[in-house]
Design a protein. Structure first.
Length: 197
């Protein structure tokens, strides 16, 4: 027979915050031998298309590269189809633009113990010497695909919308010892001003 518990376990102080990021997501894939054209397109639009494994910010846009010659553009939400239409015409002949806003759920995780929590399930080395601010990668966490990007003041986690609930439940359990507080949504405009290096 087990001994009954005499009281509730103390609640850990809130050391982490998690907030959804309301965003439109467009993936640009450079056509063969057209990477230089895509980079020219970025320059015309005032964007820096980062190298593979990096993230860059400009105005109200975050740009992640987690696959060679492909970029995820996170922009403020617009009417349905507006973000894709904006890039589709501009990319004619140099890149394919695909709307992924409904396919991915984006979370912003911040706090001093983020690396410790993510290390409980992420398959890559997240030590600051290996994965510094402005780094981005795609791997698996909690048996689901997760794109991870390190911003100066927090982390972005992009996961398929179809498994987002499972991922959030795993994140809540993994972060419980560190204290996790849910917050209202954050904006791309706020995060893009953090200026990843």
């Amino acid at each position: 027979m087990s001994v009954p518990e005499t009281g509730l376990a103390p609640v850990a102080p809130a050391g982490l915050t998690c907030a959804p990021l309301a965003t439109d997501i467009i993936e640009l894939a450079a056509l063969r031998d057209r990477v230089h054209v895509v980079r020219t397109l970025g320059a015309r639009r005032g964007l820096n298309f980062p190298a593979f494994g990096r993230i860059a910010a400009a105005r109200d846009i975050l740009v992640l590269s987690v696959r060679p010659e492909r970029w995820l553009l996170l922009t403020p939400p617009a009417p349905p189809g507006a973000a894709l239409a904006s890039w589709h015409g501009a990319c004619a002949g140099c890149a394919a633009a695909v709307e992924l806003s409904s396919a991915l759920t984006v979370l912003h995780l911040a706090g001093p113990a983020v690396r410790d929590v993510l290390a409980r399930g992420y398959r890559l080395d997240l030590h600051p010497d290996v994965f510094p601010a402005a780094s981005a990668a795609a791997s698996h966490m909690a048996q689901v695909p997760v794109v991870l990007a390190a911003l100066p003041a927090g982390w972005l986690l992009l996961t398929p919308s179809s498994t987002a609930r499972h991922f959030r439940e795993w994140l809540n359990a993994a972060a419980a010892p560190f204290g996790l507080e849910s917050r209202g949504s954050v904006t791309v405009a706020t995060l893009s001003k953090e200026e990843p290096e």
